[in-house]
Design a protein around this ligand. Sequence first.
Ligand code: HEC
Ligand SMILES: [Cu+2]
Length: 349
Amino acid sequence: MKYLWRLLPLSLILLMSGCGVQNLSALDPQGPVAEMQYSLIQLSLYIMIFVLVIVFAIYIFVLYRFRERPGDTHIPKQVHGNRTLETIWTTIPILLLLMLAIPNVMDTFTLADVSVNEEGEESEDGEMDHVVVEVMAHQFWWEFTYPDYDITAGQDMYIPTDTRIIIELQSSDVQHSFWVPALAGKQDNVPGIQNDMWFEAPEEGVYMGKCTELCGPSHWLMDFKVIAVDPDTFETWASNMAEPPSNVTEPEGEVAVDGRGVFEQSCISCHAVGDDGGNIGPNLTNYGEREVLAGYMDPTDENLEAWLRDTQEYKPGNEMPNFDHEAINDEEMAALIEYLNELKILEEE
Ligand code: HEC
Ligand SMILES: [Cu+2]
């Protein structure tokens, strides 16, 4: 037990090697915002290393140079006050702090400016040069509303690449915090207050996001994804979210039709598919394209059933009720799962 603390550095290394997986690292910045923040991190780090090296060099030199030698019989001459030295070691820190402060303050103002160009909403080629996303945090999931497109999505935030994404953070219950480490630093979702931020994703890909404010028993499972796609795919996604294709609105297979029946009976009061349904839970129009279920599980049939039967086990304290065999029997469950898996709007096969 006594030497257990020696394992600490090892466990830290193991812990930190988890960073970087799936774009969940601020140290692998993507896009202008994350890059700007990363260069501030680097600048502070270099200044700290500089100070550390100089201070330790002097320290070690003094320890060695003025060590006690054999034959030393009395305390050496004591010195008080030295104007030159004191001026030096006051001026250098002031300069270092200025070197830190000036870029920090400048970048803070740049990053706080979420305005878009004055001319208007569209760039020359007719495409939107920015997209506004209202991010509403709930215990324990994320809702993304695109006011210019009149659509609402759950859990997956689709964005076009190379486009300024203006993010308006809000919360429906307690305080949460929105963090997509590879794209931008974190910012809080505060009930009753709107916080704004922006970022841009240069490349297509999936960026992991997390809630970073302790918000309840399932806080640690409150993950989401930012999915950056090329602007054309984004437009297709957005218009299909607004008006889903027929495979979503009118399921064809007999089983899926039955599944839709179960959905209308037990789920639609909280979940919308297309225009149809409530908004207590995530919009499920594109559920079949989720990479993860409920923010963190593999979206297999088994997991989906486990989630529906026993959601409170998988995300304690969330707003969805458990559905036991009395509420939904096995046959209905199979149909429901088939229906949900078919909810796809981007499929190109
Ligand atoms: C009382 C409202 C309510 C009812 C009824 C309800 N849900 Fe939910 N559902 C929620 C909430 C809230 C969440 C988000 C939970 C979380 O992640 O914190 C959720 C999450 C889900 C998810 C995960 C979504 C995702 O994006 O991964 C699925 C799938 C789901 N529900 C399916 C269903 C089905 C199918 C039914 C009907 C059998 C149903 N729900 C009934 C409120 C409800
Ligand atoms: Cu949260």
